[in-house]
Ligand binder design. Structure first.
Ligand SMILES: NC(=O)c1ccc[n+]([C@@H]2O[C@H](COP(=O)([O-])OP(=O)(O)OC[C@H]3O[C@@H](n4cnc5c(N)ncnc54)[C@H](OP(=O)(O)O)[C@@H]3O)[C@@H](O)[C@H]2O)c1
Length: 258
């Protein structure tokens, strides 16, 4: 066999996802592993949930390298440390999805300082720290994907001032990164989901809000996590190479949160 006929193994691209232990992040980790990615993901406190994801990934995509790290995205030094470990473990990263987030319900007049800070630190500062930590790697490759996870609630929702402010902030962050790093071959986009059944929505959506979403969504249902993961994988793919600075709503057509 001469050298030209030796089959070349194409390296698997590497994805880093925060908050991959549950909900949307978990669905993305598993879909990406099955779609040919190696995946590093994080959890903050639910180590068993992260272990379950690792086991599922090993069953569903045995060829994928998948590894979990404990990380609080509110801690910029910890983000930098984990980024270094992820880059060393996988010998690089091609795409980053700072997905981890929290939601706290409360009318604005009664929102405590600590709840406001927790939501903004986790949902807005955290994604910034993560993007900042991985940008040198993506720039050095002259190709990369950043995908932020906002929400239709970025337009505002009653009882969700902190959450809406954090998710609206991500839109400005994404459009800035799109302009700053587009010239380096890195696209930055946003998904803005409506309502998907996860621990977050189970904990924070009232029965009335679930009823609203089911009745006023033109598709008359909440979203399925695999539908959202598929959209995210598309935005991370080479096929989405000319999409930059966009917000893609994955909402079944629901365009307003009460
Ligand atoms: N579900 C929806 O309908 C919906 C709609 C629009 C946008 N979103 C957004 O989608 C993202 C994921 O939401 P989800 O519904 O999947 O939530 P979820 O089921 O509650 O999962 C949250 C994930 O984030 C992690 N996390 C929480 N705080 C963290 C912190 N300080 N540092 C690092 N990781 C942290 C959790 O880790 P542990 O497992 O260790 O706790 C978990 O993996 C969030 O940004 C959310 O705002 C969700």
């Amino acid at each position: 066999m001469n050298e030209a006929s030796v089959p070349q193994t194409v390296p698997r691209p590497v994805l880093f996802v925060t908050g991959g232990s549950r909900g949307i992040g978990r669905a993305l980790v598993l879909a990406a592993a099955q779609a040919g990615w190696d995946v590093g993901f994080t959890y903050v406190s639910q180590a068993q949930a992260a272990e379950d994801v690792l086991q599922q990934a090993a069953q569903q995509a045995p060829q994928a390298r998948v590894k979990a790290w404990q990380l609080d995205v509110c801690d910029p030094a910890a983000v930098d440390r984990v980024a270094d470990e992820v880059l060393a473990h996988f010998d690089g990263v091609n795409a980053v999805v700072p997905n981890a987030g929290v939601s706290v319900n409360g009318l604005a007049y009664s929102l405590s300082d600590s709840d406001w800070r927790r939501v903004i630190d986790t949902n807005l500062s955290g994604p910034f720290y993560v993007c900042r930590a991985f940008l040198p790697e993506l720039v050095s490759r002259r190709k990369g994907r950043i995908l932020l996870v906002s929400s239709i609630i970025a337009d505002g929702a009653s009882g969700q001032a902190a959450y809406a402010a954090s998710k609206a902030g991500l839109l400005g962050l994404a459009r800035s990164l799109a302009k700053e790093y587009g010239p380096k071959g890195i696209t930055t986009n946003v998904v803005a989901p409506a309502y998907f059944e996860t621990d977050m929505t189970r904990d924070t959506m009232s029965a009335g809000l679930v009823d609203y979403a089911n009745r006023f969504c033109p598709l008359r249902r909440l979203g399925e996590l695999d539908e959202l993961a598929a959209t995210m994988l598309f935005l991370l793919s080479d096929a989405a190479g000319y999409i930059n600075g966009e917000t893609v709503r994955v909402s079944g057509g629901l365009d307003w949160a009460p």
